[in-house]
Design a protein around this ligand. Structure first.
Ligand SMILES: [Zn+2]
Ligand SMILES: [Zn+2]
Length: 249
């Protein structure tokens, strides 16, 4: 068993709301400076920057998960994390098939650019990545589980785009690996107002949109080995891997 520091919620320059300095090169450089062991790239409704970020991260000995912060039909943000290229392509196709196509207005919402290692723009996504999918949170969860991914409703305590802001409660039958809670809320306080099983595991991430936010909030994992399967096990609290107690606000 070894301890690993993970930040599983990082936006790149592809997200309209993220800073233009959030290129894969800069993100990996910053993560390495901070000594992060595991990162996940979770742009709004896109996995496009996953492969480049993973390649750069591997060079620095950082384990990088592919992911996206999917916006469901109810406008609930959910971290969807996957491992293989094939899973990433399935997730990307699912998003592209189901997202409501609203043209992006870069001067209003921000730029949505994919860049290469030299930080040159490869493409600009012309539909708004922050839009919602035509799929409910249950349908997104079901899809992610069907492809072997990790499903984590994001920032569940926030007053916007969260399971509690949109539904008022955590649905008892929803399938998920863990819940992400922001640094401002104690888990015990969340459980007081949201009566769910105390067995549910919580993680904290930075939700970085700027370089200086990366790793400011993170979660420590104790893993049997450094693999996607062990990270999923830790989130479910099984097979010997686990999440270390969160640092409370
Ligand atoms: Zn969000
Ligand atoms: Zn986010």
């Amino acid at each position: 068993m070894k301890a690993y520091r993970a930040d599983l919620h990082i936006h790149t320059v592809l997200s309209p709301c993220a800073d233009l300095e959030m290129s894969p090169v800069n993100i990996v450089k910053r993560a390495a400076e901070l000594g992060l062991d595991i990162i996940a790239i979770t742009d709004h409704n896109s996995t496009l920057h996953g492969p480049l970020t993973r390649r750069l991260a591997e060079d620095k000995g950082i384990f990088c998960l592919f992911g996206a912060e999917v916006n469901t039909r109810e406008e609930i943000h959910c971290l969807c994390l996957v491992d293989t290229d094939q899973q990433r392509q399935l997730l990307q196709s699912f998003i592209e098939k189901n997202i409501q196509r609203i043209p992006n207005k870069p001067d209003v919402f921000g730029y949505q650019v994919e860049v290469n290692e030299a930080e040159e723009i490869i493409q600009e996504v012309d539909y708004l990545l922050h839009a919602a999918l035509n799929k409910s949170i249950d349908e997104v969860s079901e899809f992610i589980f069907s492809i072997g991914g990790i499903f984590v409703p994001a920032h569940v305590d926030r007053p916007k785009y969260s399971i509690t802001s949109q539904l008022g409660f955590v649905p008892p039958n929803l399938k998920y690996h863990a819940l992400e809670i922001s640094k401002n809320t104690k888990v015990a306080d969340f459980l007081k107002s949201n009566p769910i099983s105390s067995e549910i595991r919580f993680i904290r991430n930075s939700d970085a949109h700027y370089l200086n936010q990366i790793g400011l909030v993170a979660t420590e994992f104790s893993l049997v080995d450094l693999s996607f399967a062990s990270i999923a096990d830790a989130l479910k609290g099984q097979n010997g891997s686990c999440i270390s107690p969160l640092i409370e606000a």
